[in-house]
Design a protein around this ligand. Structure first.
Ligand SMILES: Nc1ncnc2c1ncn2[C@@H]1O[C@H](COP(=O)(O)OP(=O)(O)O)[C@@H](O)[C@H]1O
Ligand SMILES: Cc1ncc(COP(=O)(O)O)c(N)n1
Length: 267
């Protein structure tokens, strides 16, 4: 069985972070492992507390996995600060991990900070050069590129700038374009652009969409898919998960990780 690792924050509410990643790995039939960078107290209403674990705890978890089991692909999510990012970058180099998906989580949907401002430099300069693919949403792409994204052509310009950091593929997610009838994501390979478009659903149950999407890419890469097939499957997975989103809690409910497999069983 292929293995996938997530290095991210815990969401006790189960919709985002480590919990969303492991559910996605399971649904896509890879063996899931996790390295926790921070524990959050969180629910569908927002983030009530953030408790980082510190670099030693992160490094020791990575070593435990690498020295025994290894992994076929990995993703990073919430990383909290530059010390944690630098420690992870060193480990990715040490273990020659090539299939690294970086989801540059910065701010929760409710506006709470999940990455310190001081860490953005380390993310760009230490982690992105080691990454296979980076998956920013629109505000994250603005932060990484330094330009404002108003329209689709701006996404292309931002992707070009982010690509200069040395990452192989840039995938900018269009989920934040709320007035569009479609959800249009853009992949850039350093030369050409590829669009992944699906129906946009009007729903408030979008907690964990980015985590779920990037972990689905990771699972597919672990199984040996190329980047285009991995992104296409991840897009189908997240679209189904959003369409069947779950009304749990009083705020932004989670997506439904079971929806994709349920549909393929019905077919
Ligand atoms: N309302 C929606 N309907 C359909 N797809 C969506 C919707 N919101 C987001 N998506 C898709 O979900 C994925 C995650 O995007 P996004 O929500 O922008 O990420 P993040 O959670 O990091 O902000 C992308 O493929 C995006 O196009
Ligand atoms: C621990 C943790 N990691 C990431 C997110 C971002 O979630 P989203 O996927 O909705 O952007 C979150 N809210 N909590």
């Amino acid at each position: 069985m292929k293995k996938a690792l997530t290095i991210a924050g815990s969401d006790c509410g189960g919709g985002a972070g480590i919990q969303a990643d492991l559910k996605t790995f399971q649904e896509l039939e890879v063996y899931g492992m996790s390295v926790i960078t921070a524990v959050t107290a969180q629910n569908t209403l927002g983030v009530q507390g953030v408790f980082p674990l510190g670099t030693e705890a992160v490094v020791r978890q990575i070593d435990s996995i690498a020295e025994d089991m290894g992994t076929d692909a990995l993703k990073t999510g919430m990383l909290f600060d530059s010390a944690i990012i630098e420690a992870i970058a060193e480990k990715i180099k040490e273990y020659h991990w090539e299939k690294t998906v970086v989801d540059p989580v910065m701010i929760a949907k409710g506006g709470e900070t999940l990455l310190q401002q001081e860490a953005i430099h380390a993310l760009k300069n230490k982690l992105l050069p080691l990454a296979f693919i980076v998956t920013p949403n629109i505000p994250e792409a603005e932060e990484l590129s330094g330009i404002k994204i108003h329209h689709f052509p701006d996404m292309k310009e931002a992707a070009r700038i982010i690509s200069d950091s040395g990452v192989r593929y840039v995938m900018i997610k269009g989920g934040h374009h709320e007035n569009s009838p479609v959800s249009r994501d853009l992949l850039f390979d350093g030369r050409n652009f590829y669009e992944y478009t699906a129906k946009r659903f009007v729903t408030k149950n979008t907690h964990g969409t980015g985590c779920t999407f990037s972990s689905a890419i990771t699972a597919e890469l672990a199984k040996g898919a190329d980047v285009f097939d991995a992104v296409a499957t991840a897009k189908d997975f997240i679209t189904a998960a959003i369409e069947d989103g779950i009304q749990i809690g009083n705020g932004h409910g989670p997506t439904n990780h079971w929806a994709y497999r349920k549909r393929s069983m019905v077919k």
